[in-house]
Design a protein around this ligand. Structure first.
Ligand SMILES: C[S@@+](CC[C@H](N)C(=O)[O-])C[C@H]1O[C@@H](n2cnc3c(N)ncnc32)[C@H](O)[C@@H]1O
Length: 292
């Protein structure tokens, strides 16, 4: 039986590096950097597909954790559920509320919060907790698993999408390449992509009181779509996506900026599957389903 990981133990695999200049909460500073909405715009169709297969409908209470500007929260609300989006980044909470208002969705609201400490949320509140590439980025994964279980009602579901360490497709490779150009993460930092390892996912939810036969892990595909070229799509990561922006800053300081850009450009070109104009890149993730 593997022992439960310590939250203080460092896992360096593919860690997006947090800027040393980041203020008190480096996790929040990382995601308030840049403008994730620019990348989220390339994820809308896949976000809708995720919600479609979950059977979301009227009468359901849904929490989208690490929701960004609502790529999965809006489709859930459009299907009639009462939806709360929670995110660490205040700019993304504001962007989500603006999108909800523009769409006339009174059943959808966004609030700032930390997935590893959902103090403002009562126990057993949600029928469905969805977290696509969101809660995986919170520090203290054991606390995060416990909080996700706590706020889900008995009989409810938790569905996570997590990038997989060592996977050869887009985002796992972007995070891995960026880690190679960044300073080592601080002592005790747990890499977000450890949430893409089935054995750790099982340990974390077991520690939160979930039986093994209530946990399912399977590989799934999420497709990014951008109307421009692969290089134009890469520019969004370079200019607006916190983890990649930090890597470019570190690479520039080390005189390796062009090297990083070339390596990423080769990856984006190789991964593009669009038959005509535009960019279409599928990425593999670990879909985790937990029944409480
Ligand atoms: C890759 S984005 C995904 C956003 C959204 N789920 C989507 O699919 O577009 C990661 C999100 O997790 C949020 N996040 C990171 N750490 C968090 C934490 N501790 N608590 C809540 N949200 C967090 C970020 O602010 C960001 O919006």
């Amino acid at each position: 039986m593997p022992t439960i990981e310590s939250q203080g133990a460092a896992h360096s695999a593919s860690a997006p590096t947090i800027s040393p200049a980041a203020a008190i909460n480096p996790n929040r500073a990382l995601w308030e950097k840049g403008d994730f909405t620019r990348l989220a715009a390339t994820m809308r169709e896949s976000g809708d597909e995720v919600i479609d297969r979950l059977g979301v409908g009227p009468g359901m209470d849904v929490l989208d954790l690490g929701c960004g500007d609502g790529t999965t929260a809006l489709p859930a609300a459009r299907r009639g559920a009462r939806v709360l989006g929670v995110d660490i980044a205040s700019n993304l909470v504001a962007a989500g509320n603006a999108r909800a208002a523009a769409a006339g969705l009174a059943n959808l609201g966004f609030e700032q919060g930390d997935a590893s400490r959902l103090d403002a949320i009562t126990d057993d509140r949600f029928d469905l907790l969805v977290s696509m590439f969101g809660a995986m980025f919170a520090p203290r994964p054991l606390d995060t698993a416990r909080e996700m279980v706590r706020v889900t009602r008995p009989g409810g579901r938790i569905v996570m999408g997590n990038w997989i360490p060592g996977d050869p497709t887009l985002i796992a490779r972007v995070l891995q390449i960026c880690a190679g150009y960044s300073p080592p993460p601080p002592e005790g930092f747990v890499s977000p992509v450890t949430w893409g390892k089935e054995e750790l996912v099982r340990e974390r939810f077991a520690a939160a009181g979930i039986a093994q036969d209530r946990i399912t892990c399977e590989r799934a595909t999420y497709t990014f779509r951008h109307p421009g070229t692969p290089l134009e799509f890469l520019a969004i990561f370079r200019d607006y996506y916190g983890p990649t922006m930090n890597a470019f800053e570190a690479a520039a300081k080390a005189g390796r900026r062009d090297e990083l850009e070339d390596e990423l450009a080769r990856l984006f070109a190789a991964e593009n599957r669009a038959q005509g104009p535009g960019t279409e890149i599928p990425a593999t993730y670990l879909r985790v389903t937990v029944l409480k």
